[in-house]
Design a protein around this ligand. Sequence first.
Ligand SMILES: Cc1cc2nc3c(=O)[nH]c(=O)nc-3n(C[C@H](O)[C@H](O)[C@H](O)COP(=O)(O)OP(=O)(O)OC[C@H]3O[C@@H](n4cnc5c(N)ncnc54)[C@H](O)[C@@H]3O)c2cc1C
Length: 403
Amino acid sequence: MGRERRAVIVGGSMSGLLSALLLQRSGWRVDVYERVGEELSGRGAGIVAQPELIARLNGLGLRTDDLGVRIARRQILNAGGDISDELDCAQVATAWERVFRLMRQAFPDEQYHRGRTLKGFTQTEGGVTAHFIDGDVTADLLVGADGIRSTVRQFVAPDVAPLYAGYVAWRALIAEHRIPRDTRDAIFDIMSFGLPPGEQFLSYPVAGPDNDLRAGHRRTNVIWYRPADEATKLKWLLTDAHGREHDISIPPALIRAEAIAEMRDAAERLLAPPFRALVRLIDEPLLQPIYDLSSPRMAFGRVAVIGDAAFVARPHVGAGVSKAADDAAALAEALATDGDVATALMAFEAARLTENRRIIEWARHLGAYLQATKTQAEQASAGRHATDAAVIKETATLDFLYA
Ligand SMILES: Cc1cc2nc3c(=O)[nH]c(=O)nc-3n(C[C@H](O)[C@H](O)[C@H](O)COP(=O)(O)OP(=O)(O)OC[C@H]3O[C@@H](n4cnc5c(N)ncnc54)[C@H](O)[C@@H]3O)c2cc1C
């Protein structure tokens, strides 16, 4: 018997926990280090749980029968409120928090270290030492699962940076019981799209607080993608009432009243009556500029980057979490096959690089028609994915990617 192999995982969110659980299962001693001091919660609202993710969770022995709200159908409503297209499509809509809790409860508390921030690391032939603000930890493997602004990636691939997609998403959750009856009947159980020119509105049901799946206690998840040129409109949207310009995102409470008023006015002009009713019910919208990111490599000696630290897809594919799960599974598999960490990481990278690039590219194609400015190639691709038929079939499913 060899000595126990040790892994340090930086980032205790989706990809961190997924890789922690999988590596632990194959006999590694795993410690997760998360920068945030409190238990993570409430990131993003709805997540379409792809079958690939559900299969991974089941493979870890986690119960998924009450993972979220089951959706059977999709529809597109034109501005007048008529159904212009519909499609049977069975999916489960869950919440980020639900998937997080499921995995967090399955991982030992004493190996999940909160309030620990990585500031750098050093590698030698025999190991890798992670330098946290409050001390060092040495291991055989370091996994950077630390998200789009990854500290780990900044050391190994400093030139890689998130790329603004040219549009923003307004997001909100609305309690089911507040939605008027006629609006609920028209859209609640259905993934519903509105397609004003160059924009996309989307609503679908998710669980209520504490994963409440009872009728009347659920919520509608609203996402409205709107073009915003980086130099002008995005700058305006990210400037708060005190004139302070925010970088990358703006806290909901600081979004200027004029920006919210403009969005509400546009809803009255552009959206179908049930969507207008939803927008009127939004108390405090979130504003999320859309970025993506593509890393040229994922393996750097004894260091791997996975999940959003390596590749961030625009949200239209609904692949964020299932992609993280596939990265984590490929990592654990490669390390189980080869005893040499650096060699195993090369095999992991070979298994995931092409696949992740395809997901990022596919998401770019799907979102091209939402961009404020487009290149000629984007313009050509935009047309193909902007029709009712394409949007209803291609959004939030991995089927086309694997077809
Ligand atoms: C605000 C938000 C909303 C989202 N909404 C959706 C959604 O609706 N649908 C969907 O499919 N996906 C969504 N995503 C994306 C999805 O959550 C990610 O694709 C998925 O969580 C995989 O991410 P990850 O674990 O790789 O990174 P993240 O979830 O970003 O986690 C990275 C973790 O690393 C920690 N960290 C960062 N730097 C350090 C450091 N130096 N030291 C220690 N820890 C560090 C962070 O605190 C964080 O907890 C959202 C992500 C965010 C952040």
